[in-house]
Design a protein around this ligand. Structure first.
Ligand code: BGC
Length: 749
């Protein structure tokens, strides 16, 4: 039935714009408007039927915990994101959930953010492509998505009231593009407004963000929902474009809307628009359908997890494991896997795979013995020494020792940020002592945010970064260790040498209610590469059990601001594997500081041994553009652009430079324009030069020819001041004529 909105009273309309309870919206049966359920998300369904909360405290119905975003980010594979999105969508249908809250596409500004496990990357393109794939696939299945947390929510410290103070170029180039891509390519049913303020204005009541950018510029047609409890002024929020307040407030803030319409503070047409959008949301599937495919989804979770694992170090081909005499497994995470983060995304997994069981299976089939020692116990600092001794004795004489280290829920979670990158000291001690006695040592990491590898990196033979891999992570890790799966993950975030090297270091997590994004666009690898700051492992890095070669890069311009690229990759090793082709653009064109290089395209290809594939990229205008604050738009400056193919952001293996005509930007001159701008103007400059030279004596002309740099001293001086200092070097009428000429020849971008 088509809901009849004209029959709704003002009170009913206001009521529709807030939740009935923690997870559902209100229904108005007589108007044909059903109640729908919105719930977390993003890598599984957290359907609470008993106590409700947004911190993952009360139990939820069992569902599949797929790899969280930190893992999907490392897969660099939109197909993995699609499969997660589609599978979560199917589970949502089985639970009768209409909107799944997520994915989170916020940028990992600091490695300390407690919620980095729920975000994809420090790069907006990678985040946006993966987020859009997740949303599109889930919505094809039926339920709606809620891309979050919009926007500039890059830390947990003071998350409900901090002001993220970010300049507009940085917002446009770094913090908004992932949202923009998801909105324009995948049309999510909802966007979730974040808790924080942006430049002093709460995101949930920010008209620039929710209306000007999101709706007017990007064409968002869905509903904006508040993060849970993010609304402080309900009327201001509705006026700004925030439609649905979650959870419900028991009706108190609905009354504020009614009063605001009656008093004229809020236009009823604004309310009607918001109601229309919420009612449209209620058309999503809302009755349970289909069965939960527990076995099938667990198997899928295992495949997706394995493709997300990043092999960081592999000396002397320690991995895949051949036929070691004996395997020593050390570390509590091998039996108590940490596979998801704490907080609102916490899934009550249908089951979990422990790596130790899976290692025993693989090893058993090959006749290899396995011994285990906990090495450390997560909650127990006291027995540390005894655990260590036991681990050392198990590892002594073992062909390979595999140490499972990482962070526990106590060290990282939604709600707070970390203060260090280090692994707990007890774990570092175990790694070092085991490495001293075992023939070979492999470290497997389980962590949601980056951990430092310093202090033990050089003492071990192999490092497997497992991040948080979802409920089948344990078996996925064993698949990679034994070479059943060839690792193909790459870092979606830099692993620095020191926390202080991170560009946000001096401005994280802020003070006195403000966090200043002082590093501007130089986030993550953009800083490390531009400042030539050494790192432990760069963005995009990841090893494989095979080798790849890149060649035959061809680049052609396809217009003044676009290009077409082809490049050939070959699997030159002995086993099949997946390779990520990473395309970066590097330029110094334009009036703003550009990062040394930026990721502008990527694709993942699977190649059999000896197989070659030519991949194509079409680079659009945005691949070359920066956000120009003067014209409030994207500008492609004329100039040279290097197209670089990288094994990672620091290792460029093929490069070709093109010259783009770019945008022709000629601004009208005013008395505020600098003297240099007057002389550089393509039409006015030559006229001015001619006039100047004509009015000179021979002696003056000779002098100025001998001293060409004299003009430099006054180049940055506004013409108004120059005139005052020179007692009117140019007659006012002549200048007026020249300004008219510049207006006539102005070209906007
Ligand atoms: C989180 C959201 C989550 C919501 C509902 C909030 O605290 O920031 O990501 O979707 O709770 O649980």
């Amino acid at each position: 039935m088509n809901p009849d909105l004209t029959s709704l009273t003002l009170e009913q309309k206001a009521a529709l714009l807030s939740g009935r309870d923690f997870w559902s919206t209100k229904e108005i049966p007589e108007a044909g408007i059903p109640s729908i359920v919105l719930t977390d998300g993003p890598h599984g369904i957290r359907r609470q039927t008993g106590g409700s909360d947004h911190l993952g405290i009360n139990a939820a119905e069992p569902s599949t915990c797929f790899p969280p975003a930190v893992a999907v980010g490392s897969s660099w594979d939109p197909e993995i994101a699609r499969q997660v999105g589609a599978a979560v969508g199917r589970e949502a249908l089985a639970f009768g959930v209409s909107v799944v809250l997520g994915p989170g596409v916020n940028i990992k500004r600091s490695p300390l953010c407690g919620r980095n496990f729920e975000y994809y990357s420090e790069d907006p393109l990678l985040s946006g492509v993966l987020g859009a794939a997740h949303v599109a696939a889930m919505q094809e299945v039926g339920p709606g998505a809620s891309v979050k947390h919009f926007a500039a929510n890059n830390q947990e410290h003071e998350r409900m009231r901090i002001s993220s103070d970010v300049d507009e170029r940085t917002l446009r180039e770094i913090y908004l593009p992932a949202f923009e891509r998801v909105v324009t390519e995948a049309q999510p049913a909802t966007v979730m407004a974040s808790y924080n303020k942006i430049n002093g204005v709460y995101a949930s009541q920010n008209p620039w963000l929710l209306t000007d950018v999101l709706r007017t510029e990007w064409g968002f047609a869905g509903a904006v929902v508040s993060d849970w409890g993010a609304v402080s002024d309900r009327v201001a929020a509705v006026a700004a474009g925030m439609d649905l307040e979650m959870p419900g407030s028991g009706g108190s803030t609905d009354q504020q809307i009614v009063d605001a319409v009656r008093s004229g503070r809020l236009d009823e047409s604004v309310l009607d628009e918001a109601v229309r959008r919420v009612v449209q949301l209620a058309r999503l599937p809302h009755t349970a359908s289909g069965e939960l495919d527990v076995e099938g989804h667990h198997a899928l979770a295992r495949t997706l997890a394995a493709d997300s694992i990043v092999l960081l170090k592999n000396e002397q081909a320690t991995l895949p494991l051949g036929a070691p005499s004996r395997i020593a497994v050390v570390g509590a995470f091998a039996v108590e896997p940490r596979f998801q983060g704490g907080g609102s995304s916490h899934i009550n997994a249908t089951r979990t795979d422990a790596a130790l069981d899976s290692i025993r299976e693989h090893a058993g089939a090959r006749g290899i013995g396995v011994e285990y020692a906990p090495g450390f116990v997560l909650a127990d600092a006291e027995g540390a020494e005894q655990h260590r001794r036991e681990a050392v004795s198990v590892a002594s004489g073992a062909g390979v020792a595999i140490v499972f280290a990482g962070l526990s829920d106590r060290e990282e979670s939604e709600g707070f940020d970390r203060t260090t990158l280090s692994l707990p000291g007890a774990q570092i001690a175990v790694i070092r002592e085991v490495a001293a006695v075992a023939e070979r040592t492999v470290v497997v990491l389980s962590n949601g945010g980056v951990v430092s590898l310093e202090g033990w990196h050089d003492e071990v033979d192999a490092i497997v970064e497992g991040w948080l891999l979802g409920q089948a992570g344990g078996s996925a890790i064993a698949d990679v260790l034994f070479g059943v799966v060839n690792p193909s993950g790459h870092l979606a975030e830099t692993i620095p040498l020191r926390l202080q090297d991170n560009p946000s270091w001096n401005n994280f997590p802020g003070e006195q209610g403000h966090v200043r994004y002082g590093e501007g666009v130089m986030v993550g690898y953009r800083h490390y590469e531009t400042a030539a700051q050494p790192v432990r492992y760069p963005f995009g890095y990841g090893l494989s059990y095979t080798t790849f070669e890149t060649g035959d890069l061809r680049v052609e311009t396809t217009g003044s601001d676009t290009a077409a690229v082809t490049v050939t990759v070959t699997n030159t090793g002995a086993v099949a594997g997946k390779h990520v082709v990473q395309l970066y653009v590097s330029t110094t064109a334009g009036p703003v500081r550009r990062a040394a290089r930026e990721l502008r395209a990527f694709t993942k290809v699977r190649l059999e041994p000896g197989e070659s594939r030519t991949v194509e990229f079409a680079l659009d205008r945005r691949a070359f553009a920066y956000w120009d604050i003067e014209s409030a738009g994207w500008v492609v400056p004329a100039g040279d652009y290097a197209i670089q193919i990288g094994e990672d952001v620091s290792r460029i293996v093929a490069e070709q430079t093109i010259t783009l005509a770019g945008d022709i930007r000629v601004r009208p001159l005013t008395l505020e324009s600098a003297v240099g701008e007057w002389f550089a103007h393509p039409v006015v400059g030559p006229v001015l030069m001619q006039g100047l030279s004509a009015g000179m004596t021979d002696e003056q002309r000779k002098h100025s020819e001998k001293n060409p740099d004299e003009l430099k001293m006054v180049e940055s001086m506004p013409m108004r001041q120059f005139l005052a200092f020179t007692g009117g070097a140019f007659p006012p009428e002549a200048l007026e004529q020249l300004m008219q000429l510049s207006r006539a020849s102005a070209v906007a971008v």
